[in-house]
Ligand binder design. Structure first.
Ligand SMILES: [Zn+2]
Length: 72
């Protein structure tokens, strides 16, 4: 299995894609193995997780308020 020895080129984007389940499975596994041993990526993961939770919460609030939430 491939393993990341270094941080991804764009750790924020990688963390976000990982948390939104939009990374290919092998990349998700590689990033998982990496961030648990990388303080920088672990911190980014924590921040991004909070952000993703906040976005999902906001989207749910909008949906519950009866408004249509559309992109574009
Ligand atoms: Zn890293």
């Amino acid at each position: 299995m491939q393993k990341l020895d270094r941080c991804p080129a764009d750790p924020e984007a990688t963390a976000e894609a990982y948390l939104l389940d939009s990374l290919p499975r092998n990349e998700a596994r590689a990033f998982e193995e990496h961030y648990i041993t990388c303080p920088r990526c672990a911190a980014i993961m924590r921040q991004t997780a909070e952000y993703v939770v906040a976005v999902k919460r906001a989207a749910r609030r909008l949906r519950d308020s009866g408004k249509q939430f559309r992109f574009g």
